[in-house]
Ligand binder design. Sequence first.
Ligand code: COS
Length: 395
Amino acid sequence: MTTSETDIARGVSFALSAEQAGLRALAREFAEKEIRPKAAAYDEAQTHAAEVVVKAHEVGLMNLHVPKELGGLGLSCFDGMLIGEELNWGCSGIGTTLGSNGLGIGPILIAGSDEQKRQWLAPLIDEPILCSFALTEPDAGSDVARIKTTAERVGDDYVLNGSKMFITNAGHAAWAIVFALTDRTKGHRGLSAFVLPMDSDGMTIEKHLDKMGQRATDTSAFAMADVKVPAANRLGAEGEGFKIAMQTLDFTRPGTAAAAVGVAQAAYELAVEYAKQRVTFDVPIAMHQAINFMIADMATEIEASRLLVWQAAWMLDDGRGRGATLYSSFAKRFSADTVMKVTTDAVQVYGGYGYMKEYPVEKLMRDAKLFQIYEGTSQIQRLVIAREIFLPRGD
Ligand code: COS
């Protein structure tokens, strides 16, 4: 499939509705007042931004896709990504903390029964509860089919054994979606998904791994030793876990790409302001082509990223299902690589000052790196894109 073969050009408008403009303004205001002023301190201390979680929850900036019948806002992927860009403009460490409930919610929306949705999603609206998505393991990140955690059926329970690695918010989460093998002989078709309360007996959590960037976000590891989870907590049928994980990532990758756009936008704005003020050879550095070409590229590539994100989110909201996979990966790949380039160039525009912690752009560059790694590395996005081009599934 190529872009030109799609019908996406028909009926497209780049104008936001009044409601969408309002959501974006609310998120920008929250980022300006509640996130930005605290970003450097949380980064330095590498602590979980609990107070920001409480406030974001109060104003309705979390759990955006929980359906209205469960008390949520039932926002679209497009609306969520508008909000995500602004929150991450404030700080992507805190933005990731606020946004990653979406990863925990996704599998339940995709595969949960009505009863499971009521049980696990409705409480998220009442209280600032965090949840996690536990797919990655110490020996299985990009290659999901090699997960080793097992879930053995014993009566009305499953018994889980194994380890999970690099799990966002796991040190503060009430529950996690855990992917485990219910049949070791079937590869990816043997994986199943479970909702696992984090306070279950047999859990050992290693909280807040020490990271280069996005340091306000808790990234934890945990081990499960004979952890019992009721069979009623399994999402979908046995063996459906791999597809549930892939469908969740299709849905969340545009949001992560939007977060990357937010960070790139923040770096770009800082670089423009600095270029206007800093004088060399008797003129502001913005007058030097070496600088203003860099800034011209930043502006162009940020806009291109944003448009890819909007398109991917639109495809998902339009119910394209598997047809949206390609677009999610376009958006994630391009935005992640763009934010890395833009933040690196922003440090370059600042010169020696850019490398100093006293100035804000070095944090943005550290934060940016994670976008090329989490929710599927830039290389995995290329792998997905190439497969969709040469072996399209489209179902
Ligand atoms: N939606 C629905 N089904 C999907 C799918 C999608 N987006 N992608 C793959 N599938 C299905 C395939 O159709 C295939 O189905 P069958 O069992 O019926 O044949 C099955 O899943 C296996 O797919 P595939 O052969 O492509 O799997 P691979 O193991 O070769 O590779 C990749 C899959 C690499 C794409 C996957 O492992 C991946 O996304 N890895 C990155 C994981 C990641 O993002 N981790 C970050 C941590 S989570 S925050």
